[in-house]
Ligand binder design. Sequence first.
Ligand code: NDP
Ligand code: 8X3
Length: 255
Amino acid sequence: MISLQNQIVLITGASSGIGAACAKIFAGAGAKLILAARRLERLQQLVETLHLTSAQVYLLQLDVRDRNAVESAISSLPASWSDIDILINNAGLSRALDKLHEGNFLDWEEMIDTNIKGLLYLTRYIVPGMVNRDRGHVINLGSIAGHQTYPGGNVYCATKAAVRAISEGLKQDLLGTPVRVTSVDPGMVETEFSQVRFHGDIERAKKVYQGVTPLTPDDVADVIFFCATRSPHVNINEVILMPVNQASATLVHRL
Ligand code: NDP
Ligand code: 8X3
């Protein structure tokens, strides 16, 4: 296991769920965190909860869909924060479960712009520095939705299939460098994900997890942390994890 002490870890979507859990576990290991999300106040609350000092954390209010904003945020990091060691491309969302032929264009664009294009922008602006410094690790949040399409999942599943292809492609393109690439692909994790999917319909969101013990954000952060702390010659390419009572995107045993 390698030490993360003072390593610089940038986490997108750190204001909630899996991203916030990553912030907690990486902070506990002594990493320096750059936390990015649109909701700055949520990032500030997290910093307070984790008792982080300004030497340990740097906040970025950032919409990953905005390419100019991503470029400017990365290029204007102070020198002591600019050498990013680990990029966790976690920001992402699903919108609705509409049939494709009845789908909403804005929902599609939001998913594609966030889950695919946002992830690409961060990767494009950060990975060249990793290559120049001969060190680095990109960890992308995929999903079982990238492996299996389910009814109504159409465009969300397509974005996660794209993440899977991008992770594979990046790994190939970085061959010959020490920069590592991992895709962590969870099944059902209880976060704000379903509330966002159903545009704030909390009752409908709760039903997703009814009668089943879902993964927690900490379960996923544990796996991400494991991938990040292997010996430098080890690359964990892909991890699929799901609750014991889930066998596929559509097969869930509910009590
Ligand atoms: P949450 O809704 O709890 O968190 C999503 C995070 O993404 C929030 O911090 C949100 O921050 C951020 N985000 C969304 N849009 C943007 C944007 N345009 N710019 C910057 N940040 C953005 O969901 P999860 O923690 O569950 O989701 C994290 C990742 O895990 C996603 O990629 C999701 O697809 C993936 N995943 C989730 C699973 C689940 O069952 N929950 C299963 C498999 C994968 P803010 O709104 O403040 O910008
Ligand atoms: C989130 C898991 O099954 O809702 O990516 O698509 S699922």
